[in-house]
Design a protein around this ligand. Structure first.
Ligand code: SF4
Length: 276
Protein backbone atom coordinates (compact mmCIF):
# COMPACT_ATOMS: atom_id res chain seq x y z
CA UNK A 1 0.00 0.00 0.00
CA UNK A 2 1.33 3.45 -0.90
CA UNK A 3 2.34 5.64 2.05
CA UNK A 4 -0.48 8.14 2.77
CA UNK A 5 1.59 11.34 2.45
CA UNK A 6 -1.59 13.27 1.69
CA UNK A 7 -2.70 12.75 5.32
CA UNK A 8 0.18 15.01 6.33
CA UNK A 9 0.10 17.58 3.53
CA UNK A 10 -1.85 20.79 3.04
CA UNK A 11 -3.16 20.17 -0.46
CA UNK A 12 -4.46 23.73 -0.67
CA UNK A 13 -0.86 25.02 -0.79
CA UNK A 14 0.20 22.76 -3.69
CA UNK A 15 1.89 22.96 -6.11
CA UNK A 16 4.97 23.73 -4.05
CA UNK A 17 7.54 26.30 -5.16
CA UNK A 18 10.55 23.97 -5.24
CA UNK A 19 12.38 23.48 -8.55
CA UNK A 20 12.27 20.13 -10.34
CA UNK A 21 15.12 17.99 -8.99
CA UNK A 22 15.47 19.90 -5.70
CA UNK A 23 16.26 17.67 -2.72
CA UNK A 24 13.80 19.34 -0.35
CA UNK A 25 10.88 17.07 -1.25
CA UNK A 26 12.88 13.95 -0.35
CA UNK A 27 13.68 15.41 3.07
CA UNK A 28 10.07 16.43 3.63
CA UNK A 29 8.88 12.90 2.86
CA UNK A 30 11.52 11.34 5.16
CA UNK A 31 10.42 13.70 7.93
CA UNK A 32 6.76 12.77 7.44
CA UNK A 33 7.56 9.04 7.49
CA UNK A 34 9.62 9.44 10.68
CA UNK A 35 6.75 11.28 12.41
CA UNK A 36 4.30 8.64 11.19
CA UNK A 37 6.51 5.79 12.49
CA UNK A 38 6.64 7.44 15.90
CA UNK A 39 2.82 7.74 15.85
CA UNK A 40 3.02 11.33 17.07
CA UNK A 41 -0.24 13.20 17.46
CA UNK A 42 -0.34 15.73 14.61
CA UNK A 43 -1.68 18.34 17.03
CA UNK A 44 1.36 17.94 19.25
CA UNK A 45 3.99 18.46 16.57
CA UNK A 46 5.31 21.95 15.81
CA UNK A 47 7.45 22.59 12.75
CA UNK A 48 9.28 25.92 12.59
CA UNK A 49 11.45 27.50 9.92
CA UNK A 50 13.27 30.72 9.08
CA UNK A 51 13.67 31.99 5.52
CA UNK A 52 14.84 30.24 2.36
CA UNK A 53 13.65 27.53 -0.01
CA UNK A 54 13.82 24.87 2.73
CA UNK A 55 11.92 27.16 5.05
CA UNK A 56 8.83 26.90 2.86
CA UNK A 57 8.34 23.34 4.15
CA UNK A 58 6.14 24.21 7.16
CA UNK A 59 3.61 25.72 4.77
CA UNK A 60 3.11 22.37 3.08
CA UNK A 61 2.72 20.08 6.08
CA UNK A 62 -0.36 19.71 8.22
CA UNK A 63 1.03 20.29 11.72
CA UNK A 64 1.16 23.41 13.86
CA UNK A 65 3.71 25.43 11.95
CA UNK A 66 5.70 28.65 12.20
CA UNK A 67 7.39 30.45 9.30
CA UNK A 68 9.57 33.01 11.06
CA UNK A 69 12.42 35.42 10.25
CA UNK A 70 15.79 34.62 8.70
CA UNK A 71 17.98 32.56 11.04
CA UNK A 72 15.62 33.00 13.99
CA UNK A 73 13.55 29.81 13.86
CA UNK A 74 15.43 28.27 16.81
CA UNK A 75 14.68 31.33 18.95
CA UNK A 76 10.95 31.12 18.15
CA UNK A 77 11.00 27.35 18.68
CA UNK A 78 12.73 27.79 22.05
CA UNK A 79 9.87 30.04 23.17
CA UNK A 80 7.31 27.43 22.11
CA UNK A 81 9.18 24.63 23.89
CA UNK A 82 9.47 26.55 27.16
CA UNK A 83 5.77 27.43 27.09
CA UNK A 84 4.60 23.95 25.99
CA UNK A 85 7.29 21.39 26.88
CA UNK A 86 5.03 18.45 25.99
CA UNK A 87 5.15 19.32 22.26
CA UNK A 88 7.57 17.76 19.77
CA UNK A 89 9.44 20.61 18.09
CA UNK A 90 11.21 20.27 14.76
CA UNK A 91 13.07 23.13 13.08
CA UNK A 92 13.86 22.91 9.36
CA UNK A 93 16.56 25.21 8.07
CA UNK A 94 18.82 25.70 5.06
CA UNK A 95 22.60 25.87 5.53
CA UNK A 96 22.69 29.67 5.25
CA UNK A 97 19.71 30.07 7.56
CA UNK A 98 21.03 27.63 10.19
CA UNK A 99 24.76 28.22 10.36
CA UNK A 100 25.33 31.72 8.95
CA UNK A 101 22.45 34.10 9.65
CA UNK A 102 21.20 31.89 12.50
CA UNK A 103 24.66 30.76 13.58
CA UNK A 104 24.53 32.35 17.01
CA UNK A 105 21.10 30.85 17.80
CA UNK A 106 22.40 27.51 16.54
CA UNK A 107 25.40 27.51 18.89
CA UNK A 108 23.30 28.45 21.91
CA UNK A 109 20.54 25.94 21.16
CA UNK A 110 23.28 23.28 21.14
CA UNK A 111 24.72 24.63 24.38
CA UNK A 112 21.31 24.68 26.12
CA UNK A 113 20.50 21.17 24.95
CA UNK A 114 16.92 22.25 24.49
CA UNK A 115 14.74 19.28 23.58
CA UNK A 116 14.05 19.75 19.86
CA UNK A 117 15.29 18.58 16.47
CA UNK A 118 17.07 20.75 13.92
CA UNK A 119 17.16 19.37 10.37
CA UNK A 120 19.72 21.28 8.28
CA UNK A 121 19.05 21.13 4.53
CA UNK A 122 22.64 21.51 3.37
CA UNK A 123 22.81 22.26 -0.36
CA UNK A 124 25.95 24.43 -0.12
CA UNK A 125 24.50 27.78 -1.12
CA UNK A 126 21.74 30.31 -0.58
CA UNK A 127 19.42 28.87 -3.24
CA UNK A 128 16.41 31.13 -2.87
CA UNK A 129 18.30 34.41 -3.15
CA UNK A 130 20.24 33.43 -6.26
CA UNK A 131 23.03 31.05 -5.24
CA UNK A 132 25.37 33.04 -2.97
CA UNK A 133 28.21 31.44 -1.00
CA UNK A 134 27.32 29.99 2.41
CA UNK A 135 29.47 28.62 5.26
CA UNK A 136 28.98 25.11 3.87
CA UNK A 137 30.04 25.89 0.29
CA UNK A 138 33.01 23.63 -0.54
CA UNK A 139 36.46 25.13 -1.06
CA UNK A 140 36.93 26.35 -4.66
CA UNK A 141 33.24 25.91 -5.59
CA UNK A 142 31.56 28.56 -7.73
CA UNK A 143 28.65 30.65 -6.51
CA UNK A 144 27.31 34.04 -7.56
CA UNK A 145 29.51 35.68 -4.89
CA UNK A 146 32.58 33.47 -5.48
CA UNK A 147 32.92 33.63 -9.28
CA UNK A 148 36.64 32.69 -9.03
CA UNK A 149 36.04 29.83 -6.60
CA UNK A 150 35.32 29.84 -2.87
CA UNK A 151 38.46 30.78 -0.89
CA UNK A 152 36.96 29.45 2.39
CA UNK A 153 36.88 25.94 3.75
CA UNK A 154 33.60 24.29 4.71
CA UNK A 155 32.01 24.68 8.12
CA UNK A 156 32.09 21.34 9.97
CA UNK A 157 28.43 21.04 10.99
CA UNK A 158 28.81 17.78 12.93
CA UNK A 159 32.01 18.75 14.75
CA UNK A 160 30.71 22.16 15.78
CA UNK A 161 27.31 20.79 16.86
CA UNK A 162 29.01 18.31 19.18
CA UNK A 163 31.56 20.84 20.47
CA UNK A 164 28.78 23.34 21.23
CA UNK A 165 26.82 20.76 23.24
CA UNK A 166 24.23 19.08 20.98
CA UNK A 167 23.48 15.62 22.38
CA UNK A 168 22.38 13.88 19.15
CA UNK A 169 24.30 14.63 15.97
CA UNK A 170 23.85 12.74 12.70
CA UNK A 171 24.29 13.09 8.95
CA UNK A 172 22.52 11.58 5.98
CA UNK A 173 21.80 12.45 2.35
CA UNK A 174 18.84 12.64 0.01
CA UNK A 175 20.14 9.60 -1.87
CA UNK A 176 19.88 7.51 1.33
CA UNK A 177 16.18 8.23 1.90
CA UNK A 178 15.49 5.32 4.30
CA UNK A 179 18.68 6.05 6.23
CA UNK A 180 17.67 9.70 6.42
CA UNK A 181 14.27 8.73 7.85
CA UNK A 182 16.05 6.63 10.49
CA UNK A 183 18.37 9.50 11.47
CA UNK A 184 15.42 11.90 11.79
CA UNK A 185 13.44 9.35 13.78
CA UNK A 186 16.39 8.93 16.16
CA UNK A 187 16.66 12.71 16.49
CA UNK A 188 13.00 13.24 17.33
CA UNK A 189 13.06 10.34 19.83
CA UNK A 190 16.17 11.71 21.54
CA UNK A 191 15.67 13.87 24.64
CA UNK A 192 17.82 16.95 24.10
CA UNK A 193 19.03 19.06 21.19
CA UNK A 194 19.38 16.97 18.02
CA UNK A 195 21.03 18.03 14.78
CA UNK A 196 20.58 16.12 11.53
CA UNK A 197 22.67 17.45 8.65
CA UNK A 198 21.23 16.38 5.30
CA UNK A 199 23.52 16.60 2.28
CA UNK A 200 21.29 17.39 -0.67
CA UNK A 201 21.20 19.16 -4.00
CA UNK A 202 20.19 22.52 -5.38
CA UNK A 203 20.53 21.67 -9.08
CA UNK A 204 19.42 25.12 -10.21
CA UNK A 205 21.41 27.71 -8.28
CA UNK A 206 24.42 25.53 -7.33
CA UNK A 207 24.55 22.47 -9.60
CA UNK A 208 24.39 24.37 -12.89
CA UNK A 209 27.08 26.83 -11.85
CA UNK A 210 29.41 23.99 -10.88
CA UNK A 211 28.58 21.86 -13.95
CA UNK A 212 27.38 18.95 -11.86
CA UNK A 213 25.05 17.44 -14.44
CA UNK A 214 21.41 16.47 -14.09
CA UNK A 215 19.60 16.23 -10.75
CA UNK A 216 19.79 12.42 -11.05
CA UNK A 217 23.57 12.58 -11.58
CA UNK A 218 23.94 14.90 -8.59
CA UNK A 219 21.91 12.53 -6.45
CA UNK A 220 24.04 9.56 -7.53
CA UNK A 221 27.15 11.36 -6.28
CA UNK A 222 25.97 10.85 -2.71
CA UNK A 223 25.80 7.10 -3.31
CA UNK A 224 29.39 7.12 -4.59
CA UNK A 225 30.85 9.50 -2.01
CA UNK A 226 29.17 8.48 1.24
CA UNK A 227 29.89 5.56 3.56
CA UNK A 228 28.76 4.92 7.12
CA UNK A 229 31.03 5.92 10.00
CA UNK A 230 31.63 2.22 10.73
CA UNK A 231 32.53 1.43 7.12
CA UNK A 232 34.81 4.49 7.03
CA UNK A 233 36.91 3.10 9.90
CA UNK A 234 37.63 -0.05 7.87
CA UNK A 235 38.76 1.77 4.71
CA UNK A 236 42.48 2.03 3.87
CA UNK A 237 43.80 5.64 4.19
CA UNK A 238 44.03 6.14 0.42
CA UNK A 239 40.29 5.52 0.05
CA UNK A 240 39.18 7.73 2.97
CA UNK A 241 40.24 11.02 1.35
CA UNK A 242 37.25 11.55 -0.91
CA UNK A 243 34.62 9.86 1.24
CA UNK A 244 32.01 11.51 3.44
CA UNK A 245 30.82 9.58 6.51
CA UNK A 246 27.10 9.37 7.25
CA UNK A 247 25.16 8.03 10.22
CA UNK A 248 25.05 8.76 13.93
CA UNK A 249 28.11 10.84 14.82
CA UNK A 250 27.45 11.55 18.49
CA UNK A 251 24.84 10.80 21.16
CA UNK A 252 24.91 11.41 24.89
CA UNK A 253 22.43 11.90 27.72
CA UNK A 254 22.33 15.06 29.81
CA UNK A 255 19.48 17.14 31.29
CA UNK A 256 17.79 19.40 28.77
CA UNK A 257 17.27 23.14 29.22
CA UNK A 258 13.62 22.91 30.33
CA UNK A 259 14.52 20.51 33.15
CA UNK A 260 17.40 22.73 34.26
CA UNK A 261 15.16 25.80 34.13
CA UNK A 262 12.54 24.13 36.33
CA UNK A 263 15.23 23.68 38.95
CA UNK A 264 16.04 27.41 38.75
CA UNK A 265 12.34 28.25 39.22
CA UNK A 266 12.12 25.87 42.20
CA UNK A 267 15.10 27.57 43.90
CA UNK A 268 13.65 31.04 43.23
CA UNK A 269 10.28 30.02 44.73
CA UNK A 270 12.00 28.59 47.81
CA UNK A 271 13.83 31.87 48.34
CA UNK A 272 10.64 33.89 47.98
CA UNK A 273 8.91 31.64 50.56
CA UNK A 274 11.84 31.96 52.98
CA UNK A 275 11.74 35.74 52.76
CA UNK A 276 7.93 35.98 53.05
FE1 SF4 B 1 15.76 23.87 -4.49
FE2 SF4 B 1 17.77 25.38 -5.36
FE3 SF4 B 1 15.38 25.57 -6.52
FE4 SF4 B 1 15.75 26.49 -4.08
S1 SF4 B 1 16.73 27.27 -5.93
S2 SF4 B 1 14.01 25.25 -4.75
S3 SF4 B 1 17.21 25.02 -3.20
S4 SF4 B 1 16.74 23.77 -6.51
Amino acid sequence: MAFPYEDYLRAEFMPHIWCAGCGHGIIMKALIRAIDSLKLDKNKVVIASGIGCASRLPGYVDFDTLHTTHGRALAFATGVKLARPELSIIVVSGDGDAIAIGGNHFLHACQRNIDMTLVIFNNFNYGMTGGQVSPSTPYSAFTTTTPYGNPNYQFDVLGISKAAGATYVARSTTYHARHLEKMILGAISHKGFSVVEVLEDCPIAYGRRNRMGTPAQMLKRWKEMCVTFDAMKKLPPWRVKDKIPIGLYHQEERPDFWEEYQETIRKAKEEVQREA
